[in-house]
Write a protein that binds this ligand. Structure first.
Ligand SMILES: [Zn+2]
Length: 71
C-alpha cells in the first residue's frame, strides 16, 4: 500500500504561535485518516488539534523536513 504525505499545523490558540510550524505526516492511502496522526518528527495530534493544509505553507517543521529528505 502506498502512503501519501499530508501537511498540517496545530490549530490557532492550541499552542504558542512560534510552535505553529507545518509538520509532515505520512498516512496510508485512502479516504480514512487515523484518529491520531503522528508527524515524521514524532509530534502527535489528536482529533481537532490539527489544521490540515492542502499544500505546504508557512514555516515548516525542520525535524520533519530532515526526515522527509532522508526517507
Ligand atoms: Zn514536525
Amino acid at each position: 500500500m502506498t502512503a501519501r504525505l499530508l501537511f498540517g499545523r496545530p490549530l490557532p490558540g492550541s499552542v504558542g504561535e512560534w510552535r505553529r510550524v507545518v509538520h509532515i505526516f505520512e498516512v496510508p492511502a485512502g479516504n480514512t485518516l487515523p484518529e491520531r496522526l503522528t508527524a515524521l518528527c514524532g509530534t502527535s495530534f489528536g482529533p481537532g488539534e490539527l489544521e490540515s493544509l492542502g499544500r505546504p505553507t508557512g514555516m515548516p517543521c525542520e525535524s520533519c523536513l530532515r526526515r522527509v529528505a532522508t526517507h
